[in-house]
Design a protein around this ligand. Structure first.
Ligand code: HEM
Ligand SMILES: *[C@@H]1O[C@H](CO)[C@@H](O)[C@H](O)[C@H]1NC(C)=O
Ligand SMILES: *[C@@H]1O[C@H](CO)[C@@H](O)[C@H](O)[C@H]1NC(C)=O
Ligand SMILES: *[C@@H]1O[C@H](CO)[C@@H](O)[C@H](O)[C@H]1NC(C)=O
Length: 271
């Protein structure tokens, strides 16, 4: 009796403090809310949407590997194996900690961030992190005549976007590392917004995901019941890769990764 009383007293105290202090993500209601003035966002629609729904900290800051893995699992049913490498690489962009990054840190070009994105401009041409409707036109117009995107349309979009970058931006970086990252990102939007077993995703959901960085719950979207793991992602990627008809790297460019946010380019691999 007395122990349940003290639990209730404790719960009441915690509940009371919630009106003063923001709840941690575990108690968030996961409703959509646009970022406020002190919140930061990234070039990644997947992470921005997780932050806009409170699976990641809504301010976009102080993201550790466990916080990231838990958010992807809760929000999308993505298994850690799918994103762990990206999350670890992103730690190198952090300006303030060894074990945490913010969504603005990962705008660093040459870490994960790359040219020929689906919805952002190349770093040399403009904002490499804000959604851009002109850039998104290629994806928005893909797979005409049906109301879904799939792995072959995603590959075709990658092909067209790379072609555009190579034409408009003489600084385009295009190596095996960009190809690998871009292909995973395409597989991710198809899998989280659609069916991870077929790689088919309703256009309506994907368009909301990119344009509003919102989970289209009101429109009928549901988190995948099927755990999104490497086997499923790899199968979708195979089709995307094939359809993307990658022309090979820009002459003389090798795979690289930017390992430091400082002014001097601290990179692994030749530029
Ligand atoms: C949680 C599941 C995730 C989903 C659904 C997702 C989805 C995507 C998609 C679709 C893009 C392509 C955007 C575009 O080309 O316009 C992208 C880009 C990006 N993602 Fe994610 N992502 C996820 C996890 C991650 C993780 C764990 C990291 C690193 C911590 C990350 C960092 C990035 C970055 C830096 C970009 C920008 C690349 C660029 O376009 O230059 N993402 N993501
Ligand atoms: C949270 O992140 C910000 C930078 O985004 C940093 O200045 C601050 O020290 C971090 N706080 C903690 C508790 O790590
Ligand atoms: C994607 O959809 C288009 C249009 O229906 C179709 O022609 C194509 O075969 C599909 N691709 C895959 C991999 O199913
Ligand atoms: C690349 O393009 C920029 C801007 O259009 C131009 O100033 C520069 O000379 C070009 N560099 C090369 C190597 O062509």
């Amino acid at each position: 009796m007395s122990s349940s009383f003290s639990f209730l007293a404790f719960a009441a105290a915690v509940a009371f403090s919630s009106s003063v202090v923001a709840w941690p993500t575990a108690r968030d209601d996961h409703g959509f809310q646009e970022p406020g003035d002190n919140d930061v966002r990234s070039p990644c629609p997947g992470l921005n949407a997780l932050a806009n729904h409170g699976y990641l900290p809504r301010d976009g800051k102080n993201i550790t590997i466990p916080i990231m893995m838990d958010a992807a699992l809760q929000g999308y049913n993505i298994q850690p194996e799918v994103i762990l490498l990206a999350a670890r690489v992103s730690l190198m962009t952090s300006t303030y900690a060894w074990d945490a990054f913010s969504l603005e840190d990962i705008r660093l070009h040459g870490n994960i961030e790359h040219d020929a994105s689906l919805s952002r401009m190349d770093e040399a041409l403009g904002s490499n992190w804000e959604f851009n409707e002109d850039i998104y036109t290629t994806l928005a117009n893909s797979n005409p005549g049906v109301d879904y995107y799939n792995a072959s349309s995603a590959g075709e979009v990658q092909r067209l976007r790379l072609e555009q970058s190579l034409r408009d931006n003489n600084a385009t970086h295009n190596t095996l590392s960009e190809l690998t990252i871009r292909t995973r990102e395409s597989a991710l939007y198809l899998s989280v917004m659609g069916d991870p077993e077929t790689g088919v995703a309703p256009k309506e959901y994907v368009d909301i995901f990119f344009r509003e960085e919102r989970l289209p719950i009101e429109e009928g979207w549901k988190r995948s019941d099927v755990p999104i793991n490497d086997d499923l992602i790899n199968a979708v990627e195979k089709v995307i890769l094939d359809a993307s008809q990658w022309p090979g790297p820009v002459e003389g460019q090798c795979a690289w990764v930017r390992t430091d946010p400082g002014d001097d380019l601290d990179i692994v691999g030749p530029r």
